[in-house]
Design a protein around this ligand. Structure first.
Ligand SMILES: *Cc1c(COP(=O)(O)O)cnc(C)c1O
Length: 513
């Protein structure tokens, strides 16, 4: 069993001692003084800070210990198995971080003249071409900062397209299957569309009859995830595409999870007109906790003229930022997107090459199916929606029988997994599976680790029958014991900073009583 480090580590501000500092070599200290002096003359007095920065004063070793200890009380994809379904938590090669931190990348400014940033423009241009090739689209826009942002752009593109055809007011509905990620209906609604939900059939795919009944001259488009959030490939995709296109709608592909398809099939070839992908899931950039991501959008030739500005162009000699696009929907984000994140994706793609990317797809699918087969016989769990059908990158189990027989829920299993040294899978999503455990192993982990996970799942389900208290009160071995889920996310008790925490201590104590 796993035991996490548990330090009584104070907040860094409580460790400070006035006047204490890290060692700065004398020569560097001189240079810093000089730079500060120069800044004094360069920055207008009215814009200079009048009070000193409130930074904690500590020695270098104290800072190192503090953050190492905090990291030891945390769980990340570098510490172990992290099967967070649909969120694709895979190993992110460290060399990508080093490349993104090169001064020639990290120090460039978006307002620099384009003649001085030819290198990064070349990288972004080449990345656009790679992503267009991998998704089977014509043009790619790298600007959106996340998957949901890409979806929002995609639905705005639908709007622009219908407007061009004189059907702006008429095409008012976007169809979304009931297995969709919550961001899909939210994005469509934000773009001003009415959301029409279609149910899944008993195979876990879009119910074709229901889809045909939902389609009309009001349909602006369909947003589809394929493989869907159950990890199942929509085998009727060609008929779905035909249905939507014949009705005059557009087909939107939620490619947040492109892992299982890389180099094997392309959404563009399935008939999709607009595709977003999550760089921070498929193309290896650390994410979680709201870290920076990127959700590029690829489109078919017909829609390219509507993409946001600036577009990067290349005339065989120079890269340019082209703002002269009369039909563009305008800007979706400041400047050119999350450039450091995009650079890491480019490095990842180049280091694997086309064959390597294909292997990512094959191994991620193999791993998900291995886990699915190993967990299938476990007492208390079921695999809803045709348990004989292979899955793609993830599989979704239901702990409904376990809960009704022992009281142990999907949430309890997730908590207990932490005691065994595994991050919890995604739970209670997709909404069409009760007591859902959504497991995505990715291509990162080797068979031994998958076996250890399966073993832990089996043990936990056995515990649920023999010693349910152990599971119901888990986790026991983590740095922080079981959290109160309500308080942890309640606007009255959530404290996101030290200052907020101090301010709220009083209120929290009142709530505790
Ligand atoms: C993660 C995810 C999204 C949203 O992506 P964000 O970058 O979190 O906004 C959309 N759809 C699916 C299927 C996802 O897994």
């Amino acid at each position: 069993m796993f035991k996490q480090a548990s330090w009584e580590e104070p907040i860094i501000f409580n460790l400070r001692r006035e006047g204490r500092k890290g060692h700065i070599p004398p020569k560097l200290e001189e240079e810093i003084k000089k730079a500060v002096g120069e800044a004094d003359t360069l920055i207008p007095k009215s814009m200079q800070r009048t009070s000193p920065l409130r930074l904690p004063e500590l020695s270098e070793a104290e800072v190192t210990r503090h953050f190492i200890r905090l990291s030891e009380m945390n769980f990340g994809v570098d510490s172990g198995f992290y099967p967070l379904g649909s969120c694709t938590m895979k190993y992110n090669p460290k060399i990508n971080e080093q490349l993104a931190n090169l001064p020639t990348i990290a120090m460039i400014h978006p307002y620099q003249d384009e003649s001085t940033v030819q290198g990064i423009l070349e990288i972004l241009y080449a990345l656009e071409r790679w992503l267009a090739e991998l998704t089977g689209t014509q043009e790619v826009c790298l600007h959106p900062a996340a998957g949901a942002h890409g979806e929002f752009l995609g639905t705005l593109l639908m709007r622009a397209y219908h407007k061009m055809n004189g059907e702006d007011g008429k095409r008012s509905e976007v169809i979304v299957p009931d297995s969709a990620h919550g961001t899909n209906p939210a994005s469509a609604a934000m773009a001003g569309f009415k959301v029409v939900v279609v149910p899944s059939d008993e195979e876990g795919c879009v119910n074709l009859e229901a889809l045909k009944a939902a389609v009309s001259e009001k349909t602006a488009g369909l947003m589809l995830t394929n493989p869907n959030t159950l990890g199942i490939f929509e085998k009727n995709i060609e008929e779905i595409a035909k249905t939507i296109h014949e009705a005059g709608g557009l087909l939107y592909y939620d490619g947040a999870n492109l892992n299982p398809l890389l180099g094997i099939v392309r959404p563009g070839d399935m008939g999709f007109d607009i595709v977003h992908i999550n760089i921070h899931k498929t193309f290896a950039t650390p994410h979680g906790g709201g870290g920076p991501g990127a959700g590029p959008v690829g489109v078919s030739e017909e829609l390219a003229e509507f993409l946001p500005v600036p577009r990067i162009t290349y005339d065989g000699e120079k890269y340019r930022l082209d703002y002269d696009k009369p039909h563009s929907i305008g800007k979706i984000r400041s400047f050119y997107g999350n450039v450091a994140v995009l650079l890491k994706a480019y490095a990842y793609i180049l280091s694997l090459g086309f064959e390597g990317l294909k292997e990512v797809a094959e191994v991620s699918v193999l791993n998900a199916n291995y886990i699915m087969h190993k967990l299938k016989g476990v007492k208390g769990l079921t695999l809803p929606y045709n348990s004989r059908k292979p899955r793609k990158h993830e599989c979704v189990f239901s702990a409904k029988p376990l809960k009704s027989e022992t009281g142990v829920s999907a949430l309890n299993i997730a908590k207990r997994l932490l005691d065994y040294g595994f991050h919890a899978p995604t739970i209670y999503f997709p909404l069409i599976v009760e007591e859902a455990l959504m497991i995505e192993p990715t291509e990162t982990f080797e068979k031994e680790e998958l076996d250890r996970f399966v073993d832990a799942m089996q043990k936990i389900c056995e515990e649920a029958y023999n010693n349910p208290e152990a599971v119901l009160k888990a986790p026991h071995n983590t740095a922080v014991p079981r959290l109160d889920e309500v308080k942890a996310s309640h606007p009255k008790t959530m404290a996101l900073s030290w200052r907020m925490f101090n301010k709220r201590m009083g209120e929290i104590e009142v709530l505790n009583k």
